[in-house]
Design a protein around this ligand. Sequence first.
Ligand code: FEO
Length: 398
Amino acid sequence: MHNVREICEDSWWLGASDRRLELFENTYPTPAGMSYDNYLILDEKTCLMDGTDEAVMLQVMENLEYLLAGRKLDYMVVDHMEPDHCRMIPQLVERYPEIKFVATAKAFELMSQFFDFDVAPHAITVKENDTLELGHHTLQFFLAPMVHWPEVMVSYDQLTGVLYSADAFGEFGALGGNIFADEVDWEHDWLDEARRYYVNIVGKYGLQTNMLLKKAAKLDIRMICPLHGHIWRKDFNLILDKYVKWASYEPEVDSVAIFYGSIYGDTAAAADILAGKLAERGMRDVRVYDSSKTMTSELVSVAFQYSKLVFACATYNMGIFDSMRTLLDDIAAHVLKNRVVGIMENGSWAPQAGKLIQAQVEAMPNMTILEPMVHLRSGVKEANLVEIEALADALVSA
Ligand code: FEO
């Protein structure tokens, strides 16, 4: 049974959602599931814009056959070769033996690495600005290498003004019928998951994302169709303004996010005291997170969102407490930069966390570490309160 929706002239959404998925890329928790978008243009030629994930492949195949209504599939544009959009390629070759795939040379290299069929007879290789005529519609291709795989391109329909944007502008979360961002309270309900998706999937590649945004700015875009999440047909600045900030590692919120790694609660208590001192000084929107409780992908996303970060952490096995170590490693892997940082350490007999965190933060680009570091030696003592007050003053002034 089919589940499709017309999005504009001759163009259809035929995606599907997986609500059972626990971890996207076997890494990122997806408590609200995951959507996989793909699109079909029905012109003199038929053209599928990307494929889908193995988990929802049967649904998408049914959608495709319904929309084709007995026609053959002439083309599939492969904007990139990641398996969440490409697992159906061998099945498409089997069902539509004359199908041609339209992709970059690098994508065809990867296609041969993933699959056993002879790719060459099915390959139409495109480069920057190349076009593909479908009849009334003409697709134009723009390369977006390392957003977030090397072979990525995006496709622009010159007739409808649709930008098929690959993973750019994607979101975590299953869709519920409302496939357009203007059909939901996107800022309230979806922005956080769009940020978490961007930061974790693409966040390392801000430079390359900025290059794509510059190319996109020259196009007359009337719709943005990503591979995950909602389609944009109005209010583009809601998402574009965020992307400009995220890709430039600019914070959205000028306030403090405190992350603590606490084994028995003393470091957590110090983090809460600091948060209260910040509030007393008039700072709004302060947040406190337990690095052992909140998923790391969300914490990294918050680190991108906030201008000032505090890492409060116990010493464990002569090092940084595990969940905080994971968080710091992940922040470093996503190349966060340009933040103000405060550090609070705890260690009952051989404190090490502070100096190790400091070294890790110093290795990140353009981070400013504030004085003083707070040194707990188990519970929070009067001397610590003095340090915490001083750190609060420094955070407010920074
Ligand atoms: Fe949604 Fe890069 O795959």
